[in-house]
Design a binder for this molecule. Structure first.
Ligand SMILES: Cc1cc2nc3c(=O)[nH]c(=O)nc-3n(C[C@H](O)[C@H](O)[C@H](O)COP(=O)(O)O)c2cc1C
Length: 333
């Protein structure tokens, strides 16, 4: 019997497959289906700073406009404590999951500013979250903002969250840092228990007829996994925190590669949205089969065995294969 278990954020997981934030984990029945299909933990959709601000504004507008009206209407004012807003719904979902599922549940917060939303991490912890994921989906669009300031934003938010919670915290990062490895080390220094590599940026597109710009949500493609695998291989032996791979993991081969590179877990999203929660079970069977065929006794044994520190030619993960790759292309005439 092969031991598929892995450690992630200090949690002992029965295997390395973790469905990441998506509408599937935001739905109680789907989340249970994921657990039935063998998922080792789930990450909830994020509670978004933007939605909380919008909701707060709507609430203020409503209360204010009612106050301008007649006196009787004031008795219908929603008092914030009674108001079943996004946060309450989020906590309710979390409580339901914790009451009906055995696997760890990781809650997620998304935001970029320093305005109090991050305090909600404590309420998530109190509602039973086993860990928290902080997703700072930030596009550094201002040319006046230096890379140092951008990095400081991440560290500052992590610090704030850390001061509110005692459960493990992981940060979901984009790949767009001058030095990804250094950024991860910095986050480790400031108390992150893990990082999730990498967030996908959804790209706005121009409609050529209307000239309007709209964001496009496209599911990932399998080729995106290679960027994640490379960076995990590069930093595995240089950091001590947990590493999760996310982005483009659609089949068992890419999952195996991420583990060989040094990932502790592999997040799944697009593939489960396309194929349904039951696909998780299929991937687990295939993973076990591969380990068996290649005479591994456990996931632990394979983890990191093809990281940069372990391969015979470490430079292939860096620059040196660039010229070879370029020269290997032959134009078909
Ligand atoms: C419909 C949808 C909703 C998502 N919602 C969130 C979210 O709330 N928070 C978050 O951190 N990531 C969210 N993601 C990103 C995924 O969790 C995942 O990291 C990303 O899609 C890359 O993984 P994949 O290639 O397996 O899809 C969402 C993705 C999709 C497609």
């Amino acid at each position: 019997m092969i031991d598929l278990s892995t450690q992630y954020l200090g949690l002992k997981l029965k295997n390395p497959l973790v469905p990441s934030s998506s509408p599937l984990t935001g739905n109680l029945d789907d989340a249970k289906r994921l657990e039935d299909a063998g998922a080792a933990a789930i990450v909830l959709p994020s509670l978004f700073e933007e939605s909380l601000h919008y909701e707060q504004k709507q609430l203020e507008k409503y209360v204010y406009s009612q106050a301008l009206g007649n006196y009787e209407a004031e008795s219908f004012h929603p008092v914030p404590a009674d108001y079943n807003g996004e946060l309450d719904q989020y906590l309710e979902h979390l409580l339901q999951l914790k009451a009906s599922m055995e696997i760890p549940v990781i809650a997620s917060l998304n935001g970029v500013t320093d305005s109090g939303w991050i305090n909600y991490g404590r309420e998530m912890m109190q509602a039973g979250a086993d860990a928290l994921e902080l997703n700072v989906y930030y596009v550094a669009a201002d040319p006046e903002e230096t890379g140092e300031l951008v990095e400081h934003r991440y560290v500052h938010l992590l610090n704030q969250l850390r001061s509110h919670v005692t459960i493990p915290v992981t940060m979901k990062l984009s790949s767009q840092f001058s030095s990804v490895g250094n950024m991860v080390k910095k986050l480790q220094l400031f108390g992150a228990d893990g990082v999730v590599l990498f967030n996908r940026f959804y790209q706005p597109d121009i409609d050529l007829e209307t000239l309007s710009i709209s964001p496009q949500l496209e599911l990932s493609s399998a080729s995106e996994s290679l960027l994640r695998i490379r960076w995990i291989a590069l930093i595995r032996s240089r950091v001590e925190l947990s590493l999760a791979a996310t982005g483009g993991f659609h089949d068992v081969d890419s999952i195996i590669k991420a583990l060989l590179a040094g990932a502790d877990v592999v997040y799944l999203c697009s593939v489960l949205l396309e194929k349904g929660p039951a696909y998780c079970a299929e991937l687990l069977t295939q993973l076990e089969h591969w380990l068996n065929e290649h005479e591994y006794e456990s996931v632990q044994q394979m983890k990191g065995s093809v990281s940069q520190a372990c391969v015979i030619n470490p430079a292939v993960y860096e620059h040196s294969n660039y010229v070879d790759v370029i020269k290997s292309f032959h134009l078909k005439r």
